[in-house]
Design a protein around this ligand. Sequence first.
Ligand SMILES: Cc1cc2nc3c(=O)[nH]c(=O)nc-3n(C[C@H](O)[C@H](O)[C@H](O)COP(=O)(O)OP(=O)(O)OC[C@H]3O[C@@H](n4cnc5c(N)ncnc54)[C@H](O)[C@@H]3O)c2cc1C
Length: 597
Amino acid sequence: MTIMSQYHPPLRDIEFLLKHVFPISEHAQRCGSEIDADTALMIAGEAGKLAAGKLDAINRIGDQTGSTLDGVDVTTPPGFKEAYREFAEGGWNGLKFPEEFGGQALPAAVSTVVDEMWHAANLSFALNPMLTNGAIEALLTAGSDALKQTYLPKLVSGEWTGTMNLTEPQAGSDLAAVATKAVRQADGSYRITGQKIFITHGEHDFTDNIIHLVLARTPDAPKGVKGISLFVVPKMLVGSDGALQGRNDLRCASLEHKLGIHASPTAVMSFGENGGATGYLVGEENRGLEYMFIMMNEARFAVGLQGLAVSERAYQHALWYAGERVQGRAVGEDGSLGKTILRHPDVRRLLLSTKSRIEAMRALAVYVAMQKDLAHAPLDEETRRLAKDRAELLVPVLKGWLTETAQITTYDALQVFGGMGFIEETGAAQYYRDARILTIYEGTTAIQANDLIGRKTARDNGKTAGLLLDAMDATVSQLEASGSGAGQELAAHLRRGCAALREAVQWVVGASADNPRAAYAGSVPYLELWGIVAGGWMQALRLQAAQRAGLQAEQLAAAEASAKFFATHVLAQAPGLASTVTQGASGTLEFPDAMWA
Ligand SMILES: Cc1cc2nc3c(=O)[nH]c(=O)nc-3n(C[C@H](O)[C@H](O)[C@H](O)COP(=O)(O)OP(=O)(O)OC[C@H]3O[C@@H](n4cnc5c(N)ncnc54)[C@H](O)[C@@H]3O)c2cc1C
């Protein structure tokens, strides 16, 4: 038995966000872009066609077939290569990149809603352009003119793709342990030798060339993270005329067998088995991690988006099934048989839990994208700095909270299917399996949470956090004055959530100085707290926009019910999480090591 549903691009919600919650025309104007809401929505509509058509159609076969390695070549599942060609020819890879290199210079707020659709339709496919985007960002920021001219136009057009080579067997979360070697040659290039593991799309058949961004150490580099440099190491060497010259000394040694994202080739990469792969330094020696953070921040934002995307896809699938499956009588209803499981209160809970979280996540993604845009906009320095600080604080929240939430949403979507969810043919299990990697790669949730505590909260003594909380409190005051029932209910929970988060921020700042182990023992609950309070803020902004927008009665009722659900089921957890952050460390840390056995 096969139960599949078609992906429907969430264009109605995107329109609501870009017209009413965060008006894109005004935002674009502030950023010096000429795009208006209608054009942005037209672009989203066209992307939605490709996502819902070709990409969604090959998602299942990608899961079943997987990518395979034959000697040195990797073959992606049927239809993937052709879909990539269509994707690149459509110019989809270059939406947000500078026109100078062939991009369309659109605000990140627009590319964010588009990128969500690629990930929702086919996570394995979308990982490829996601990593290319990270490589482009790193070269734009730190690459020499020569590197930019040689690689950027082809990466932006999608003619070549990019990868991110950080991980080694002994260097996962801790990149200080990177051991790949880079030795400078007389001509200024470097010889790279070493092994990288878990490299997403490290080898594939989409394009003729793959541009690897590789972390390595020069022989006299300082120990630890201060001695890491970043190199461009192309699969095919490129001549001064731009023509491909022949293979570089690197190869895919094997592909991993994984729980999910089967179509995405995860490669063990071997560099320099025959004397050394030719690499080119990006920026300056020993500043590689700094540059890599640029790629990682882009990729962390994008992985957060994957959490939203797979939630949306799983939700649509479950909602479709709930509207088909007939089982039992719904309690408290007229007792007639033949009604679907959508009438059961608990099935409604499962679906609304996902729907209300998706709304909050999508709004948060667009909000953070807008802060990223504003950080580079032609505005005064103070406005740019504020936006940059906000974006930097919220990127680990976005990565951590959206991907952890995807574990809940794909779990709940599978639950809606009952036993059929556990059976592979229905497809519900694929979303559940695919989602599992999201809390691991690009830095596990704990690594995001450590970043949130150390760099984003304690380093400025909670100043940026406090300013964001002031903005949230201002929204609460507006909601309290609005008079609507749903607004009051959400405001009450958000008020408590903000107070709980403020208390946790203050405690984290103090504990980071006095007792760092205690602060870090609560880092993941602290991140979770940030996520649900920021999500509640987003629901509040959505509700205000819905009340302003003159929606039809049923649409407004849906927005209100969803906001109330989020307040009472999700935001209500905030005070408990704050207690875990401020009081939970002793249980974690006092357990005697001798008793683990
Ligand atoms: C499918 C897949 C694709 C990937 N793609 C890429 C890629 O394209 N490029 C690339 O370079 N890498 C890639 N990776 C590697 C990925 O980024 C790492 O697996 C990840 O960063 C975790 O490292 P690790 O596996 O070594 O786990 P470890 O670092 O060994 O972590 C194990 C556990 O310890 C915890 N831990 C470790 N350090 C800390 C700490 N300081 N504080 C609290 N907890 C901690 C972790 O949270 C985790 O729970 C990929 C991995 C997979 C599985």
